[in-house]
Write a protein that binds this ligand. Structure first.
Ligand code: E4P
Length: 217
């Protein structure tokens, strides 16, 4: 399973990338706001750090304007994946971008029906939002499972990029289902290393080691 990091925070991207944990990056308008940076500048900087796909999102709502914005974003670097919302205009832009060989990430997917349309429009990635479905008492992981079944039934090549990942359980469940990619905030990826029994065990080992009076170095 590939890991994309869901942030525009360059320091956080570098830290995870140096450990080989980053296969790509996703951004959205809210993350650009949080970074306090200019979208073109920060996206260029991310593309200089990460060689995998870097999603940059259009903000127009009409297809022709989305296409103009997307083509500008795609000029930032060859590894840009143009991110479009799952609207009819977004699907129109997706088809246009895909026909010209651009990577496209179709975002804000909340149903299997939407995911079918994205695959047929040539999306490289479909981004179903797990956490936001859970927020409304729906089942985000069930959606990932449904899309996996449908894409496998028809051998669709679009990669399932599980988004709106909020916790470690989301990641392990997505891995079991067979999502191609997860995108998660840096803190969630780092929290995968934590386990209460690891902390407890290490604490005991260090206490016992101190009692031996020995040193390794
Ligand atoms: C990434 O592509 C999505 O925009 C992001 O995962 C959304 O996450 P959120 O629901 O936590 O804002």
């Amino acid at each position: 399973m590939k890991f994309f990091v869901d942030t525009a925070d360059i320091a956080a991207i570098r830290e995870l990338n140096d450990l080989g944990m980053v296969d790509g990056v996703t951004t959205n308008p809210s993350l650009i706001l949080k970074s306090g940076r200019d979208i073109l500048e920060v996206t260029k900087e991310i593309c200089e750090v990460v060689s995998g796909p870097v999603s940059a999102e259009v903000v127009a709502t009409e297809a022709k304007d989305m296409i103009a914005e997307g083509l500008k974003l795609a000029k930032i670097a060859p590894n840009i994946a143009i991110k479009v919302p799952l609207t009819w205009a977004g699907l129109t832009a997706c088809k246009a971008f895909a026909s010209e060989g651009h990577m496209v990430n179709v975002t804000l997917c909340f149903s299997a029906a939407q995911a079918i349309l994205a695959a047929k429009a040539g999306a490289s990635f479909i981004s179903p939002f797990v956490g936001r479905l859970d927020d409304i008492n729906a089942d985000g992981l069930e959606l990932i499972d449904d899309i996996r079944t449908i894409y496998d039934n028809y051998d669709y090549k679009t990669e399932i990029l599980a988004a709106s990942i909020r916790n470690v359980n989301h990641i392990t469940e997505c891995a079991k289902i067979g999502a191609d990619v997860i995108t998660a905030p840096p803190a969630v990826i780092k929290s995968m290393a934590s386990h209460v029994l690891t902390d407890k065990g290490l604490d005991q080992f260090l206490k016992d080691w101190a009692k031996t009076g020995q040193k390794i170095l």
